[in-house]
Design a protein around this ligand. Sequence first.
Ligand SMILES: Cc1cc2nc3c(=O)[nH]c(=O)nc-3n(C[C@H](O)[C@H](O)[C@H](O)COP(=O)(O)OP(=O)(O)OC[C@H]3O[C@@H](n4cnc5c(N)ncnc54)[C@H](O)[C@@H]3O)c2cc1C
Length: 411
Amino acid sequence: MVSVIRDVIIVGAGPIGSYASYLAASQDLNAVMIDSRSIVGFPLKCAGLVNPGVFKLEGIDKIGQDIILNEIKGADVFSPSGSILELRGKKPKAFSIDRALFDRRLFFLALEKGVEPFLGHKVVEIVRSPEGWKVRTIGLSGERIFTGKTIIGCDGTGSVTRRALGIQKPGSILNGISVEGIIKGARDPPRDIVGVFVGEKTAKGLFAWYIPNGNKNRIKLGLSTTTGGDIREKFDNFLNDPRLITFIGSKEDRIAFKPISMTISPIPIGVPNRICAENGVLLGDSAAMAKATSGGGIYPGLLACKDLFDEVSGSGDLSYNTIERFQANWTKGNGRELMRSNLIRSIIDDISDREIDMLIDRLRKKRILSLINEKGDIDRPVELGAAILRENPSLLMLIPRFMPRLIKLIK
Ligand SMILES: Cc1cc2nc3c(=O)[nH]c(=O)nc-3n(C[C@H](O)[C@H](O)[C@H](O)COP(=O)(O)OP(=O)(O)OC[C@H]3O[C@@H](n4cnc5c(N)ncnc54)[C@H](O)[C@@H]3O)c2cc1C
């Protein structure tokens, strides 16, 4: 049997794999997309909060507004001691989406462009050969080998493509839990703001969250942390957190929450210096493109897909030179914010609850709040942090040991 040599093999049919596949096929490249799962978008591992910019990206602008469940205009950020930083924008700052539906629509977007899907097959081996990459899969219909000139790894945290390309592992891995459910006995749970709860006991190293999930009493709760241990236990403790009880407007002194679905999953952060090798590149979680400040990976991953195929720009050339150009331009452009968010990460890892309280108190000053409300962008926290510091240089001295790192941030 003569084996077809594809222009590109995409490993993973998560949102990033589907979007990369769609963009590849839009450039008339012959693409196959392989995923070990048989059902796209299941099991879910996300809280589904995304930047509105997602729905302006080419192709995604047509997948349907019904994916958007809530428009988010602000956030209540709770300090460890319970003081609140109230952030409010005039326009939506984020959308709470139906993530499973989002993944499926992106998958069909790719299919409509002519991408060949191959589900229910796990990639078990990737090797170079004179004809290109040989990708061996095992799955529902036995063993298969695909050959492709270029390989794009969109295969998430445990990426097999990353190993084959010899690319570094992510800087670190956060542990995340997200639970969708129905809340009872609340006065009027907020529909257009999210709740963010910081503090060592709740979620050391990141935060816990409340996100509205469509109609009245459907919500998403979750947390992400750098600490190990039983994350479900941490989640149960969060349900009894007085700050959450106040925020939700519970009539009782505890929250009556009926879970519908739960996901526990790692979040890779700390993008490596290089995300490509000869005729191969990583996108999305496989390249740890989630933001080190929030764990959100969808928008940065999609932007990276767009940046890669902007380099192809009608030439059909996805060779080493194009990929190298992408690496160089992405590092200076959309990748820069991600790489610099590692700087903030090192501060987050080091900050104490008392210091967070101090910081939140200072951020509540009217002048700073209006800057956050005006410029705040969930996907550009570094840019915002640098703008706040430039306009309020006294903040540099608030916690003296962070000063050298903060100075680097504003450069
Ligand atoms: C608890 C939690 C909450 C989150 N909340 C948010 C949020 O609110 N907003 C946000 O932007 N991000 C959030 N994220 C992060 C977000 O879910 C990821 O960044 C996003 O899913 C990355 O997409 P991806 O396509 O790169 O990877 P994935 O979605 O992980 O997709 C990878 C695909 O590759 C397939 N695959 C893996 N290995 C193989 C193999 N060997 N062979 C074949 N197929 C393979 C998998 O089956 C999977 O379908 C959250 C993550 C967690 C854990």
